[in-house]
Design a protein around this ligand. Structure first.
Ligand code: FES
Length: 167
């Protein structure tokens, strides 16, 4: 399904951000971060104007957006669950936690559940390596997460069957 086109307000915001970054060396990554901060994701519609402004090809801009998992190409769910998959957490059972999160949430990794309640993302280091495994739910970090703790934490995310109640 094709995402909604950018609103006039969002187009104006992106134009401001492009104007603020163009001409700076290495502007692409800071500009993409600024767009995601402003809009919550980096819509495909911003690729052509960014490419034009920075004198890059669309393929180059698209390649950067898709290379870095940090950049979202679609809006995130109302809750974002990020499970660290970097080395220390991986050695402490991160993959099993991620699989458990997929089952509990009914949502695959790198996906947003159909009801828009939750997005599940593997990430690569949350800065809590000494307290692995770690995860983040929205703005809150959680360290030394056990399967039992994960179950308790994710119990606060509405189940797919509850989606009518959260609207
Ligand atoms: S490796 Fe997971 S927090 Fe650093």
């Amino acid at each position: 399904m094709k995402p909604n086109p950018l609103s006039a307000k969002d187009q104006a915001r992106v134009a401001e951000l492009i104007a603020a970054h163009r001409g700076q060396p290495g502007a692409l990554l800071p500009l993409l971060h600024a767009v995601q901060d402003a809009l919550g994701h980096v819509p495909d519609d911003v690729v052509p104007p960014i490419a034009r402004a920075l004198n890059l090809s669309r393929a180059e801009v698209h390649g950067v957006v898709t290379y870095y998992h940090f950049f979202r190409r679609a809006p995130a769910g109302r809750t974002v669950v990020q499970v660290c998959r970097a080395e220390s957490c991986q050695a402490c059972g991160a993959e099993a936690l991620l699989q458990q999160a997929e089952q509990l949430l009914g949502c695959g990794r790198h996906e947003t559940r159909a009801d828009g309640a939750v997005t599940l993302e593997p990430v690569y280091c949350l800065g809590l390596c000494a307290s692995s495994p770690a995860l983040q739910i929205d703005d809150r970090l959680h360290a030394r997460v056990t399967p039992q703790r994960l179950q308790a934490l994710l119990a606060e995310v509405p189940a797919a069957a509850d989606r009518e109640a959260v609207r």
